[in-house]
Design a protein around this ligand. Sequence first.
Ligand SMILES: NC(=O)c1ccc[n+]([C@@H]2O[C@H](COP(=O)([O-])OP(=O)(O)OC[C@H]3O[C@@H](n4cnc5c(N)ncnc54)[C@H](O)[C@@H]3O)[C@@H](O)[C@H]2O)c1
Length: 436
Amino acid sequence: MQDLLKRIENKDITVGVVGLGYVGLPLAVEFGNAGIRTIGIDVNVDRVEQLNQGENYIQDVKDEELKTLVEAGTFTATTDFSSIKHIDAICIAVPTPLSKTKDPDITYILSVNKELEKYVHKNLVVILESTTYPGTTRELIQPALEASGLKIGTDVFLLFSPERVDPGNPVFHTTNTPKVIGGVSENCLKMGMAVYGHVMDELVPVSSPEAAELTKLLENTFRSINIGLANEMAIMCSKLGVNVWEVIDAAATKPFGFMKFTPGPGLGGHCIPIDPHYLSWKMKTLNYKARFIELASEVNAAMPEYVVELVGSGLNKDAKSINGSNILLLGMAYKPDIDDVRESPALDVYALLEAKGAKVNFHDPYVSEIKFDSRMEQSVDLAMDKLMDYDCVVITTNHSEYDIGAIVENAKLVVDTRNASAHITSDKVIMLGAKQ
Ligand SMILES: NC(=O)c1ccc[n+]([C@@H]2O[C@H](COP(=O)([O-])OP(=O)(O)OC[C@H]3O[C@@H](n4cnc5c(N)ncnc54)[C@H](O)[C@@H]3O)[C@@H](O)[C@H]2O)c1
């Protein structure tokens, strides 16, 4: 054990990262940047081939950094899990989605587990990063490691450390976001801290993997509930004829006890709409209903429908209906200036409008095409002289490159779900959360 610790401290180790997506690839690149040999493992053959040619596909990773690491041989990618045999510390960042019934889908973790069971060896540090329900690390991963007869805390070292990265955030990224970390034993924690100490500016040790698992779930449940409150406030303000954005900005001047959250067309991304359900599912197994989580989910999930109502009432003023109208959605990514459409509420708005008989197009500077059921739809050009062809333009995501002034000027009707047109006074605009 002391020998492994010394090797970690001397960077004389190979780190493995399983799952080279939004979380795993930036992490792998940071280990590489720290001068540590890094092997990325992914089941996606195309991604692995791309990476080995030095080609990047994640916005938060710098093309040049990846290329340099690949050329130097510091970072290699593979689909071959037997490389675990040559790895000293392995971080797992595979997807943890929900099933259709909103139960945790841990099949990706289980499939990595099978590989760990095959290739686990003495002096391996295993760190789960995928967001998951409390108990996963100890209940699922630990037995897979111990099946070999190796002992946790003396032969192999197991931890949970949630990834908190916020893709596209210009200030906080992998290394300067404090990293919470919880080990199954003191020795496990010591090993994990030594590994992450090479790449993270600040480590926040907690007493167990369960505490670390729950930290992540608390953070994202907190966001989901507060966004739910902002969304309900928007609906209430609209009924009262008051602008919710003004109210929120005024409340946010309070220097204590208030944190600003804003309404919108619903929740998006791989985290906030999903993670709280991992906790509520776990609590159901203990016969406890996580009421805040369920209520926030209900309010947030109804927002796309509410946006469609706003479109309907805007068209109605012109004696038109959604059925038969041409509608353009601006922004399909779930937040500005990124290319991620996972769980994006714009997808729901699109489907709901189409189900009501509208002809829907979208534009997104970061998303060239989207698969809807079995068909692909392409992003259309955003030509100002073509905006008049649409009965309504919906601002679903406020990408910073949108010239909102020009859009409002050239469109017949704008439904703004993001307060993007706050600076414009125009009776063409229907603002979510304001007097209609
Ligand atoms: N994206 C975020 O903003 C974010 C933030 C914090 C935490 N997380 C959590 O991190 C985890 C990973 O999310 P992500 O956004 O990076 O996902 P992602 O879909 O971007 O990437 C996952 C990668 O894992 C690969 N993969 C799937 N099954 C695999 C397997 N069995 N073995 C090896 N590779 C496999 C996929 O091919 C893909 O490249 C999730 O648990 C997520 O909740 C994500």
